[in-house]
Structure formats: structure tokens, C-alpha cells
Ligand binder design. Structure first.
Ligand SMILES: NC(=O)c1ccc[n+]([C@@H]2O[C@H](COP(=O)([O-])OP(=O)(O)OC[C@H]3O[C@@H](n4cnc5c(N)ncnc54)[C@H](OP(=O)(O)O)[C@@H]3O)[C@@H](O)[C@H]2O)c1
Length: 490
């Protein structure tokens, strides 16, 4: 179990804290993962009486957990919680805040700050914490800062944020979140690759035809129109989650599973991704937008209709579908295309990595290629498609069968990604957080596509909500025999 410490939660009254963080901490307590004397200090701009805050948390948890907990743990959790009113832009308030946190009768020297606030407040809060000596580790105890997503909106703003916070923090104190890394299914990619000796010899360009990394959603933009229209699928999903999956599936074997060794290999591979040739962008990148259609038998509006409903006009170049092709500049991945695609309002929801093996050395010309598919969500599973003989008199009639292995089975511990990451933060484990060099490498790649798309004002391809990948997206394939997998099974 971790050393005792305090988790300071900025933005505790926000959506993320209510939906994920506070319930997540309670769930960790139910699983006996929190040290007995760990405290949770919620910080918000509003003046809230200490008892009123505890009442608010109790209501939140009662609604979410519907009585499925022991009263002893519930009471223990409530006792951990405290509230402090502090506005990010009020230096006088930080002075009071520092005085309270420095009271050793109330708090230990170990403090982790979780900044679940607007991105424009990240640097401001770090400045104020530093100004009041709250980030100084020289007097003993750790001082860590978790920065929510997004870390910048392009390379320039990411560097600006980094320049600002590194005045006060060492890299070892900064925890940049990509919550996908907290998913057990992503950790499983490393186990699949490096705990099974059969994969390493075939994990290369001699044997692999191409890789597809997919994240599809049936949901539309919902209530988040303003955020989404300023962000788009490329920034929201590809820049972070899909490139992190790419790193895990293509990195070299780390020296060990130590956090620094894992991050070192991820950085290397992300920095080895080839720049997309500017004179050939349309062969590498594709975007589209959904129009009205049907999902699971229900009629759903198009993207522009959703914008219009929220008073955001009826025209937009923001992509709700993005597909890109990348190559890695090293011997292992020479000439192996890696396709990344993400979309809203597609025919089904699923996040999975599909690896197509080369169809060589088979005696049967028409044998299908082998595929290995690692599914992240909604199910956590690994699938391997192989050819087997159809029982009967015809010696060489065969078919493709799917060897399926469920990576999560009934009774397995279920810890949400945010819960894992909060434990990592308190335990000082950075392996599931982004190093600044990963963030930079990711933005460098994405920036060139953003620039290209912002200059190109030809009408966007549209796809019907509930359909599968737009036909035009196939233009990024290297060869005619490559195709998008429709799901983990086909
Ligand atoms: N929600 C998610 O699923 C999600 C997913 C990915 C990333 N994130 C990131 O996580 C962070 C928090 O997300 P969230 O959804 O919880 O955000 P949120 O509900 O909009 O706001 C979080 C906090 O920011 C402060 N805030 C909001 N509007 C403000 C305003 N106009 N002026 C000053 N302060 C304001 C509030 O602090 P007070 O409590 O002090 O009023 C609020 O509690 C953001 O950086 C977001 O990008 C969230």
C-alpha cells in the first residue's frame, strides 16, 4: 500500500470529479486500496460549508452506488474528505491555502495535486502553488501535479505550457494524463507482446502486412458541441489515445517493465514516425462528417443539425471521422502501413487493434491471411484468425476460424482507468502517464494534418450516421487488397 498522503482535487465540483474522480476514490476505498489516513482535499471557487460538502458527496455516492457498500467503509471515506474554497486567480486565497496545507497536524508532507480544471488554468495554478512553496520537495515529502487532458492544443501551446510549469516542477513531479493508459486492456498489449515468446519473432515487416488501430463510437457529439467543434476527431482521439496505442503495439522491447524503461521505448518509436509528405497528404489523411441517419433503429440528427440546435451555426469543417496512414522509420516496421481511424456515429462502438499478417509460404493460394485482433472495449479480448480444414471428404476445403480468448473473465477485479491513474499518482508510478517528449512527438505529427485541413476548404465527405467507414476513406490504403475491418470479428 502507498505512503500516506493527501490528494488535493482542484475542480472538485466539475463534471469529471463528480462522474469519475470522487466515485473512483470511493471505489478504491471499498477495495481497500487507500491507506487508512489518506485525505482528500477538494478545492473549488465557491464558498461551501464543510458539512454541506460532505452531504453533497454522500448524496453523489448514494445515487451512484445504490447501497452496494459497507457502512463502515462509507463512513471511513466520508471522514477523509475536506473542502477548501480557493479561486485559481486569487493570490491571497493561495496564501491561506498554503497555510492550511502546511499545518502538519492536519496534513502530511506528501501532497499530490490533481488539476481537474479548465486547461487555461493549469499554468496559473502551478504558478500559484510554486509561489507559496507548495511544490518544493526539499523539506521532505513528495509534491506531484497531475495535469488533465489536453496538454496544449498544438505543439506551440504544449511547449508554452511545458515552459511555464517546468520553471517550478521537475519531470518526475509532472503527471500528464491520457486516461486510456489507465485501462487494463492497454497494459495487456505489453503483456501479450512481451510475456509470450511466440510473438517477438513475427512482430516485424517480414511477417506483418499492416496494422489498423480503430476507435469507433455510435454516440454523436451530444452536449459537447462547443468543445467538439473546436477540437475534432483528430485532436480528441488520434493525437492522444490512438497514438499511445500505436506506441504500445510498435515499441521495441523495453529493458524492463520499469516506468522509465517503458516510456523510453515509447518516446523512441513516437519520434520515429515519418513526417507525412506535404505533397501527398490526401494519400495519407482523410476526414468526414456524419449526417442524419439511424443508430440501433433510432433516427439521429446530423452533426451540423446538432451544432445548429446549440446556436453554433450550420456549417463546420470539423471532422467527426478521421483516418490516417503512418510509417515508422526503423528496420522492424520498414514499409508497414499503420492505419489509425476514429469516428462518431458509426455502425458500432469498439476500440481494437488489428494486425494483418502477410500471406506467404502457404501451400494453398486462396488461403486467407491470419489476423490478430486485440480488443480494448467494449470487450477485452484477443482473437486470432487461422485456417482450418472443414471436416469431410474434401481434403483441402478449409475455412477461417476465430480463436478467441477473453482477457477479462467473471470475478476479475474491475478498476476504472481513472482509479488506476489516481493510485499511480499517489504511488509515484509515471509509466502510465505521458512524458513531455511523447506529447511533443504526438503534436508534431498532428499539427501538420491540422494545418493542411485548415487550409483546405473543399466540402467534407459526409457519411450517414449508423453506416460503416465512408468508401472514400479507402483512398489511404497502400494496396487494393487492404480493407477496413468492420468489427473485431470480420
Ligand atoms: N469530463 C471528462 O470526461 C473529461 C475528459 C477528458 C478530459 N477532461 C479534462 O478534465 C478537466 C475537467 O473537466 P470537467 O469536465 O470536469 O470540466 P468542467 O466541469 O467544465 O469544469 C471543471 C472545473 O473548472 C472550473 N470552471 C468551469 N468553468 C469555469 C469558468 N467559466 N471559469 C472559471 N472556472 C471554471 C470549475 O471549478 P469550480 O469547482 O472551482 O467552480 C469546475 O469545477 C478539463 O481540463 C477537461 O479538459 C475531462
Amino acid at each position: 500500500m502507498m505512503d500516506k498522503g493527501t490528494l488535493v482535487l482542484f475542480g472538485a465540483k466539475g463534471n469529471l470529479a463528480r462522474v469519475k474522480l470522487i466515485p473512483g476514490l470511493f471505489h478504491l476505498d471499498l477495495c481497500d486500496k487507500l491507506p487508512p489516513d489518506m485525505k482528500i482535499l477538494s478545492v473549488g471557487r465557491q464558498e461551501v460549508n464543510a458539512d454541506a460538502w460532505l452531504d453533497e458527496i454522500q448524496d453523489m455516492l448514494k445515487k451512484k452506488f445504490k447501497g452496494k457498500y459497507s457502512k463502515t467503509v462509507f463512513d471511513r471515506f466520508i471522514k477523509r474528505n475536506l473542502y477548501h474554497c480557493n479561486s485559481p486567480d486569487d493570490p491571497a486565497a493561495f496564501k491561506k491555502f498554503a497555510a492550511r496545507l502546511s499545518n502538519e497536524n492536519e496534513f502530511t508532507k506528501n501532497i499530490a495535486f490533481f488539476l481537474s480544471v479548465r486547461p487555461s488554468d493549469f499554468a496559473l495554478i502551478v504558478d500559484q502553488l510554486a509561489e507559496h512553496e507548495l511544490l518544493n520537495e526539499s523539506k521532505g515529502g513528495y509534491r506531484r501535479v497531475l495535469i488533465e487532458k489536453p496538454f496544449g492544443t498544438d505543439l506551440k501551446t504544449a511547449i508554452e505550457l511545458q515552459t511555464s510549469i517546468e520553471k517550478h516542477l521537475k519531470e518526475s513531479q509532472i503527471y500528464r494524463i491520457d486516461h486510456y493508459l489507465g485501462k487494463s486492456a492497454l497494459q495487456n498489449i505489453l503483456i501479450t507482446r512481451f510475456a509470450n515468446s511466440i510473438f517477438e519473432p513475427i512482430w516485424n515487416s517480414h511477417n506483418i502486412d499492416h496494422i489498423q488501430i480503430t476507435n469507433h463510437e455510435q454516440l454523436g457529439v451530444g452536449e459537447r458541441t462547443t468543445f467538439y467543434d473546436a477540437t475534432g476527431a483528430l485532436r480528441d482521439m488520434v493525437q492522444s489515445h490512438l497514438l499511445q496505442m500505436l506506441a504500445l503495439i510498435t515499441m521495441e522491447k523495453p529493458k524492463s517493465f520499469n516506468p522509465d524503461d517503458i516510456r523510453e521505448e515509447k518516446i523512441k518509436v513516437l519520434e520515429s514516425i515519418k513526417k507525412i509528405p506535404l505533397n501527398n497528404m490526401d494519400d495519407h489523411v482523410f476526414r468526414a462528417q456524419y449526417k442524419r441517419g439511424e443508430i440501433n433503429g433510432e433516427r439521429v440528427p446530423g452533426y451540423l443539425e446538432e451544432l445548429e440546435k446549440d446556436g453554433l451555426g450550420n456549417s463546420s469543417f470539423t471532422e467527426t471521422y478521421a483516418a490516417i496512414k503512418l510509417f515508422i522509420d526503423n528496420e522492424r516496421w520498414k514499409d508497414v502501413p499503420i492505419y489509425l481511424r476514429t469516428a462518431k456515429r458509426l455502425h458500432e462502438a469498439g476500440t481494437y487493434i488489428s494486425i494483418k499478417f502477410k500471406n506467404k509460404n502457404t501451400l494453398l493460394e486462396n488461403a486467407n491471411a491470419n489476423w490478430l485482433v486485440i480488443s480494448i472495449q467494449p470487450i477485452e479480448s484477443t482473437h486470432f484468425e487461422i485456417q482450418t480444414k472443414i471436416p469431410g471428404l474434401n481434403d483441402f476445403d478449409f475455412r477461417t476460424v476465430n480463436l478467441e480468448c477473453l482477457n477479462r473473465i467473471e470475478g476479475d477485479e474491475s478498476i476504472d482507468a481513472y482509479e488506476t491513474l489516481m493510485l499511480d499518482l499517489m504511488n509515484g508510478n509515471q509509466s502510465r502517464f505521458l512524458h513531455i517528449n511523447e506529447v511533443k512527438a504526438q503534436w508534431k505529427l498532428i499539427d501538420q494534418i491540422i494545418d493542411y485541413w485548415s487550409e483546405n476548404k473543399s466540402p467534407l465527405v459526409e457519411y450517414i450516421a449508423g453506416s460503416s467507414d465512408p468508401t472514400e476513406s479507402k483512398r489511404i490504403f497502400e494496396r487494393d487488397d487492404q480493407f477496413w475491418r468492420k468489427s473485431i470479428h470480420e
